[in-house]
Write a protein that binds this ligand. Structure first.
Ligand SMILES: Cc1cc2nc3c(=O)[nH]c(=O)nc-3n(C[C@H](O)[C@H](O)[C@H](O)COP(=O)(O)O)c2cc1C
Length: 185
């Protein structure tokens, strides 16, 4: 029998590592799980006040890297510590960056896939800033490509489990989308 649970949540939640520059060109990164894709070319992220939030408002461009099983500790660290308090937070967890050739934002070298985004709207709602952004490009290391496509079995992205407050690796390919269901046709 189903029981009522006190608080509802959705799953899977992503683990996005948002990387920005501030007005002095200093790179920062933070972990964001309250985020998702809107249609084919846009995404939204729900942000509290952070150094990253200030950077996004000032610069308007950022990258989103997919957190990976290999870098789980570093990805968690950037979600615990603020650059406002620890200016060398990226160096401390072993992250280095390369500036995107498309936008004014850093790409984290240790994470294999990043999307490049431009802010198109900032909505103040529910005591949060909802950033709506356009995806303008994507970078992926050659090692995680199969036939020119990003191969998630090579990336090993992780998700945030907001029930048990932990990270989980995203699992196996269970069948084709728009295809597995055809057996009932
Ligand atoms: C698993 C996890 C998910 C998080 N998701 C969000 C989020 O979606 N929005 C947000 O504002 N902060 C989120 N945070 C908190 C920020 O990542 C954190 O406050 C970070 O230290 C901000 O860094 P900054 O001040 O250098 O920008 C999350 C933290 C963790 C560990």
């Amino acid at each position: 029998m189903k029981q009522s649970i006190e608080k509802g949540f959705i799953t899977p939640q992503p683990v996005f590592i948002i990387a920005t520059y501030d007005e002095n060109g200093e790179a920062d990164a933070m972990n964001a799980a309250w985020a998702g894709q809107i249609g084919g070319n846009h995404l939204s992220i729900s942000l509290s006040p952070h150094k990253t939030t200030e950077n996004l408002k000032a610069i308007g461009e950022f990258t989103v890297s997919f957190a990976t099983a290999e870098q789980v500790a570093a990805c968690d660290y950037v979600g615990i510590v603020s650059k406002n308090k620890v200016p060398d937070k990226l160096e401390k967890c072993g992250f280095t960056v390369t500036k995107s050739d498309k936008i004014n934002a850093p790409v984290i070298d240790q994470l294999p896939v990043a999307i490049e985004c431009k802010v198109i709207e900032l909505q103040e709602e529910f005591n949060e800033t909802r950033v709506v952004a356009e995806i303008v490009g994507m970078k992926a290391d050659e090692e995680v490509l199969t036939d020119g496509k990003v191969d998630l079995s090579k990336v090993r992205p992780i998700m945030f489990d907001s029930s048990l407050l932990c990270y989980r690796e995203i699992g196996d390919n269970l069948g084709g989308a728009w295809d597995a269901g055809k057996k009932f046709m």
